[in-house]
Design a protein around this ligand. Structure first.
Ligand SMILES: Cc1cc2nc3c(=O)[nH]c(=O)nc-3n(C[C@H](O)[C@H](O)[C@H](O)COP(=O)(O)OP(=O)(O)OC[C@H]3O[C@@H](n4cnc5c(N)ncnc54)[C@H](O)[C@@H]3O)c2cc1C
Length: 361
């Protein structure tokens, strides 16, 4: 019935603004449900373009599970595997994480954490001796299993290439051209039942949602070439050093709260390099220095849901530093909410910040 209605009025189910991990996962769910969409993306790229793409449901500073880590992990991996096969691409790169120990006392903490419910599946209880002479790990390392990297640039490119020309428009969204209608929304020539904003940190410019507490954390990273390092594992010390092929490694990242520019700084580079030096003794060359802003939220939970005054305008944002594992299930939660199938968990529903919409009146 709904599809007939949409066809009759030449409407899409959803107009999606932003093609990062959020927009991609939401569009893929629509596609799997047989619902139509079109995407608008400004082409400037966001966090998803520079992320290491590490999927890791644990917090290695505290030897604990991240929020919903095991739930997100169990949903995300099959989601990406199915997508990888549909796109005939190669973007999932499983690899263990080696958490380098810096204190003897961490050995005991590691072993007891590895016996805990939820963590058992991921933390190998063994204390591993270091086998790579170029890694500085005299106290050995703990190994995290069922982890790896989703090569987000490859994923986004393959996904973009799979779209029909009418499904993707490359332009910056102009908010003043958006109209709400009796049946949904209209943006220039595009009619849709719903609009879903997936703009990452750029949400701060969106007049419908900019009052929400999206804080943003800038991350600067280096791509280095270290031909003698020969690590196939993701190394975790004060930063991550993750192999990305051809002797290249993703190294980072900084967490900067105040600077919201996309300028790469010499301080950022030195900060990352100091930590690289602590972790490895290999000679390396810096190939690239890049930065983006993580869409982090004041209470460290995603920002998802429907605008309190516009039932067809929705938000999918606030994935913070863990978009890879969260995006598949969080976007499914939003779609199920929009379709009236299930309610959004309170912890992610933007309605928890309802008063922020009134303060700006
Ligand atoms: C340095 C760094 C390292 C990271 N490492 C990891 C990691 O290893 N693992 C992990 O899980 N997460 C990681 N993250 C976090 C992850 O990148 C984010 O959680 C996730 O990518 C956010 O996706 P998004 O789609 O919400 O936003 P983005 O990726 O920022 O996408 C937003 C898109 O919207 C478009 N857009 C915005 N505004 C408009 C507009 N007005 N009109 C048209 N288009 C618009 C942009 O061009 C962009 O394509 C990292 C982030 C950073 C910065």
């Amino acid at each position: 019935m709904q599809r007939f209605f949409l066809l009759l009025f030449d409407m899409k189910h959803s107009l999606i603004v932003g093609l990062g991990l959020a927009g991609l996962a939401y569009a893929e769910h629509l596609r799997r449900a047989g619902l139509s969409f079109c995407i608008i993306d400004g082409g400037k790229g966001g966090s998803s373009q520079i992320a290491a793409g590490i999927y890791n449901p644990t917090v290695l500073k505290r030897f604990s599970l991240s929020w919903n880590g095991d739930l997100f992990h169990s949903y995300a991996l099959p989601f990406y595997e199915q997508l990888q096969s549909r796109l005939d691409s190669d973007f999932i790169h499983p690899a263990p994480i080696h958490k380098i120990f810096i204190k003897q006392s961490e050995h005991n903490d590691w072993v007891s954490a590895s016996d805990q419910q939820g963590l058992k599946m991921f933390l190998d209880p063994k204390i591993h001796a270091n086998a790579n002479v170029e890694v500085n790990a005299t106290l050995g390392h703990g190994q995290v299993d069922h982890t790896g990297r989703v090569a987000t640039q490859t994923l986004l490119k393959s996904f973009r290439n799979s779209l029909q020309p009418e499904e993707l428009t490359m332009e910056t969204f102009e908010y003043d051209k958006l109209e709400t209608t009796a049946f949904g929304i209209q943006y220039k020539q595009i009619k849709a039942e719903h609009i879903v904003f997936c703009e990452g940190y750029q949400m701060v410019n969106n007049p419908f949602f900019k009052m929400l507490p999206l804080i943003g954390l800038k991350g600067e990273i280096l791509i280095i070439k270290a031909p003698t390092l020969k690590s196939e594992s993701i190394l975790k010390g004060p930063i991550f050093i993750a192999p990305i092929g051809d002797d290249l490694y993703w190294a980072g990242a900084t967490f900067e709260r105040n600077d919201k520019t996309l300028n790469c700084t010499s301080q950022g580079r030195s900060w990352v390099e100091e930590r690289i030096r602590k972790m490895i003794s290999s000679e390396y060359e810096v190939i690239e220095h890049i930065t983006q802003i993580r869409p982090t939220v004041m209470d460290r939970r995603p920002l998802i849901g429907t605008h309190p005054d516009h039932q067809n305008i929705h938000l999918l944002n606030g994935f913070g530093a863990r978009g890879v594992l969260g995006a598949p299930l969080l976007s499914k939660w939003l779609l199920d909410h929009i379709e009236g199938i299930s309610e959004l968990p309170t912890a992610v529903n933007l309605s928890r910040f309802e008063s922020y919409f009134r303060q700006s009146d």
